[in-house]
Design a protein around this ligand. Structure first.
Ligand code: NAG
Length: 196
């Protein structure tokens, strides 16, 4: 764990840090520890942990299940952002209306890709014995990464209209969504690269 991440996690970790470092190698004392340690490698570790800790009992200490849970969370955030975009779009015309229209399309695509990726990741555990894991994982990686590109496409559409308050709210929201997607992709990449 990097120094910055360590400092950031100090309030959460203050008890765990008293344990010998070897306690973290391979075996975790609880699902919450597993999630914390896994999230420490993502770009937004606090957000990662707080959003995934509620799924601890479903995830246990399975990296594949954690990736699915992260994709599920990301999908839920994309859907929330979609609802916001649709509601702001009503009554918006001109360039901002057009940007919102395009954003809705991009977010719909991002939602489809994330759903598809989550379904594919769900198979990873079941297929891990027959060598199918690399193929499935690379599809899921491609789709999660394409979902993030679509979120960026939405944001790029607002570049010239950032001053409009409606678009500002939308940009902020999609910027947040991108963090969840980034974390989900990072957990998936770690899973694929055998980082657990
Ligand atoms: C992810 O979502 C799917 C579909 O709603 C659900 O079946 C699955 O249990 C969820 N997995 C986790 C780990 O949350």
């Amino acid at each position: 764990m990097g120094e910055t991440a360590t400092k950031r996690f100090l309030p959460l970790f203050h008890l765990l840090l008293l344990l010998p470092a070897t306690a973290f190698v391979g075996v975790y004392s609880s699902s919450n520890d597993f999630i914390k340690q896994s999230c420490a490698g993502t770009q937004y570790p606090n957000l990662c942990y707080s959003s995934l800790a509620p799924y601890a009992s479903a995830v246990r200490q399975s990296p594949a299940k954690l990736s699915v849970a992260a994709a599920n969370v990301s999908l839920a955030k994309i859907k929330d952002a979609l609802s916001l975009a649709v509601s702001i779009k009503r009554g918006s015309g001109g360039r901002i209306g057009a940007a919102l229209h395009d954003c809705v399309q991009s977010l719909r695509t991002a939602a489809d890709l994330t759903k598809q990726a989550a379904a594919e990741m769900g198979k990873l555990g079941a297929e891990s014995k027959d060598g199918g894991i690399a193929w499935d994982a690379s599809n899921a990686q491609t789709w999660m990464s394409a979902a993030m590109t679509n979120e960026e496409t939405c944001l790029n559409g607002f570049e010239d209209a950032r001053v409009v308050s409606g678009a500002k709210a939308m940009c902020d929201r999609v910027g947040e969504v991108k963090k969840y997607t980034s974390n989900a992709l990072s957990l998936l990449n770690t899973l694929v690269n055998g980082g657990y």
